[in-house]
Design a protein around this ligand. Sequence first.
Ligand SMILES: *Cc1c(COP(=O)(O)O)cnc(C)c1O
Length: 340
Amino acid sequence: MKKNIDWSNLGFGYIQTDYRYVSNFKNGAWDEGQLTTDANVVISECAGVLQYAQTCFEGLKAYETDDGHIVCFRPDLNAERMVSSAERLEMPVFSKERFIDAVHQVVAANADFVPPYGTGATLYIRPYMFGSSAVIGVKPAEEYQFRIFCTPVGPYFKGGVKPLTIRVSDFDRAAPHGTGHIKAGLNYAMSLHAIVDAHHQGFDENMYLDPGTRTKVEETGGANFIFVTKDNTVVTPKSGSILPSITRRSLIYVAEHYLGLKVEEREVEFSEVKDFAECGLCGTAAVISPVGKIVDHGNEICLPAGMEKMGPVTQKLYDTLTGIQMGRIEAPEGWIHVIK
Ligand SMILES: *Cc1c(COP(=O)(O)O)cnc(C)c1O
């Protein structure tokens, strides 16, 4: 039976669920892993994650479809991305097959926390891994823990979508040849000051430019950009320091194969942003958040789509991808994993 939760009024916060998955890496191998009801992590005060931030994570969602199944969206891509994060941070790889199996186990065990279809809420799934053994000289830990918990979250935009106002940040998110392309906790730690400052100044998000030249658009702290030109071409920035968003890659596919739009993945100069018709931020949490205004040190760029609603192409992309996710539109092979 579903838990007694006010699904339609959920926020985006942590609610403890019944089960989580844990596997430990010790003596060079992962153990078999298991579900547990213990929501606490006990590790050495000197653990690698606590001293040198050796940790990476993932984020994906499970939800109920219109025909009553519980599904999740492209967990294989999260598994692959976590492999590259682990490799870059000198952590042991948790295999793709085991990652997907663990996601299925956690969601199935917490099925009563999956929000009912139509509420707009979803079950957010958080896989992560960290160095758990003591490290004082700078080197990788010898022991690691891989965990997945999940928590029900509300619709990202309560009471309808509101286009965002963002600013061009004076802080950088990722160094050239650094860790911008992996989902490392450290990328978020260093973005916190920039986002708190943006909020103080009345902005919703930061637009980060490439740190090398400060002329090209990269992404925000947690979402990739897509732009739409005045002749309906979908443009998305390409850079070695952008996190490869699964939502963005899925939207690009939808644009090309479902909507017949032209797509360009290329370097995007900040100077061309003023000529775009629409702008959106894409990530698992909101799928697409429309951007209405971009402020560059007092200089305002107002997107023609305006501050009231999503632009028409953004809306079509959003409707098609969420339709695929919720089972109303046929999905490409392998995108939807049925859990139960
Ligand atoms: C997670 C993340 C995204 C969004 O990726 P999705 O796979 O679409 O959720 C975008 N940018 C950054 C920096 C991220 O960490």
